[in-house]
Design a protein around this ligand. Sequence first.
Ligand SMILES: [Zn+2]
Length: 137
Amino acid sequence: MSVKIFKGLDPAPYTPSRLLTLLDRPACIEWLLGQLHPGGLGCAICGATSKTGNGKTEKGLPRYLCGGCGITYNLFSHTPWSGSKLGPRRIVLFMFLLGQDAHPAEIGEAVGLDRTTVITTCRRLAAYRMAGEETSA
Ligand SMILES: [Zn+2]
């Protein structure tokens, strides 16, 4: 994970919910773009990369109109985070804590999800990763 995502270390005591305040939203969006779309953000349906802006999502992310097939999509469309109530900063924090082997309850406390939703999300992430490994093999 890139260091620039974190604004800086805070001398105050660590708690999971305090970590969120250290995250820089634009840097989180950039990091997620690289993670979810390493070849660049394009249409998951037809593969076209030509697109025009089409407003913003309810989380304030740019929404695009595909130049190939005309569907609308955003950073999270057709990814495990599609339909998630988490925004970019909370998703990065989720991924960071998951990488630290944090307990689902701790991840939930940090990002504002219940433990069951954290576990369901982890399963969705694992399935997505396995599907990606199958198509790249
Ligand atoms: Zn398309």
